[in-house]
Design a protein around this ligand. Structure first.
Ligand SMILES: Cc1cc2nc3c(=O)[nH]c(=O)nc-3n(C[C@H](O)[C@H](O)[C@H](O)COP(=O)(O)O)c2cc1C
Length: 392
């Protein structure tokens, strides 16, 4: 497993923990992943809901809560930390500015094209900013639009790019009929994006890693997608059922109790499909029942808040706090694989073992051809170091 290099930043473990809102990945999870060698990410979306004055003072509450969580995480780790920010939120520029002022290591910009930069960036200049910029896209075409725009308007291009396929959890950048791994294979999206981005790598004389996300749960998934050109992976669901994840135990149990059939696609009020764990709330909304709410502000640019059947931010926050009667859990297509709550360190250990098991199995296969069934080989006999690996 090679470290992930993003400009002058070296990340020991090429894993980015997906930012998960509302209040699923805060300083607790982010610092644990950073301590384990990956990039720990705080989700900024509606983060102010954790503050008592959110309904009256939402903008200030969001900024205050984000700053607080970044500082809290910094106290808990010397590792690499990131913030996940949705371009589609109405206070995008303000939250981006907070993350930059706090000198967060990376910022992942999803749910829209990050074409507008706040005054802070124009005043300071990209070259004087510590933070690395990583847009999250669903196609090579979207990556090209962003990179071309930045090249033309900022004479600068993003430092890495996350490509998220249709099997991810949360809001998805695909049409409903594209939401199957066969329709838009992540491997193809990665190869196309690597190809597209190589032009900008040459023009700007810098390496721009492409990172894969969506439905990556095991070390085997990780190894396989990296064979298609990804330099790292982004995993969300895998980190939900960790001890350090900031969601309530009930939210984590929803993952553990879910079967594959429980993971379904809904039409989110923001106009995008979303992948969630089915429950009574989801069934009620599907039947056309509405959940009246008061919108204190229009937090998402695209939300038609007068006509949507419920408030998505409130539903997600309720679920995060364990009230799954009044909300639901976003989850990736492989979330049903969760079996127990574990420390982050143990999850990373399992991913690493599985990654190397797949890697060596493939070497062996190439070496001995197809004469043996690889599954029948006891790898601990072939790779002498394997039984000695201990959880540090
Ligand atoms: C519970 C949950 C909440 C999420 N919240 C956000 C979010 O607020 N903003 C965002 O850009 N992506 C969000 N995502 C997407 C993740 O950052 C990540 O890209 C995704 O989980 C990867 O797919 P996986 O869950 O199959 O690993 C969320 C995903 C989950 C599972």
């Amino acid at each position: 497993m090679n470290p992930l290099k993003i400009g002058n930043l070296e990340v020991k473990l090429p894993i980015i923990q997906g930012g998960m809102g509302v209040a699923i990945s805060l300083s607790g999870l982010a610092s644990a992943v950073a301590n384990a060698g990956g990039i720990g990410v705080i989700s900024a979306v509606a983060i102010g809901m954790t503050e008592p004055d959110y309904m009256k003072n939402y903008r200030e509450a969001n900024k205050r809560a984000l700053r607080k969580e970044i500082r809290k995480a910094r106290k808990l780790t010397d590792g690499v930390l990131g913030v996940n920010l949705m371009v589609a939120v109405t206070d995008y520029e303000e939250l981006l500015t907070v993350a930059l002022e706090e000198e967060i290591d990376v910022i992942i910009l999803g749910a829209g094209l990050p074409l507008k930069m706040p005054q802070y960036v124009t005043d300071k200049g990209f070259e004087n900013i510590h933070t690395k910029f990583i847009p999250k896209v669903s196609s090579a075409k979207a990556a090209k639009v962003i990179f071309s725009f930045w090249a033309k308007n900022f004479n600068h291009v993003p430092d890495a790019v996350v490509v998220e396929g249709p099997m991810a959890g949360g809001h998805l950048g695909f049409k409903k009929d594209e939401l199957g791994s066969e329709m838009v294979p992540l491997s193809k999206l990665i190869e196309e994006t690597v190809n597209e981005i190589s032009v900008f790598e040459k023009d700007f004389k810098k390496e721009i890693p492409v990172i894969a996300g969506g439905g990556i749960y095991t070390g085997e998934d990780m190894y396989k997608i990296m064979q298609h050109g990804a330099k790292g992976v982004k995993m969300g669901s895998r980190f939900v059922t960790t001890k350090e994840c900031d969601a309530s135990v009930k939210f984590k149990e929803a993952y553990i109790n879910a079967t594959e059939d429980d993971i379904v696609i809904i039409d989110s009020p923001v106009g995008l499909p979303g992948r969630v764990i089915k429950n009574n709330f989801v069934d009620q909304v599907k039947l056309g029942n509405t959940k009246p709410f008061k919108c204190s502000w229009k937090c998402l640019k695209s939300c038609d808040y007068r006509n949507v059947p419920y408030c998505i931010a409130q539903a997600l926050f309720n679920a995060a706090r364990g009230n799954l009667d009044e909300g639901f859990a976003f989850a990736g297509s492989k979330a049903f694989m969760a079996k127990k709550i574990q420390p982050v360190k143990e999850v990373i250990f399992e991913i690493k073992i599985d990654y190397y098991r797949t890697k060596y199995a493939e070497y062996l296969k190439n070496f001995i051809g197809n004469r043996f069934d690889i599954e029948t080989i006891d790898l601990s006999q072939v790779i002498p170091a394997l039984p000695q690996i201990k959880l540090a």
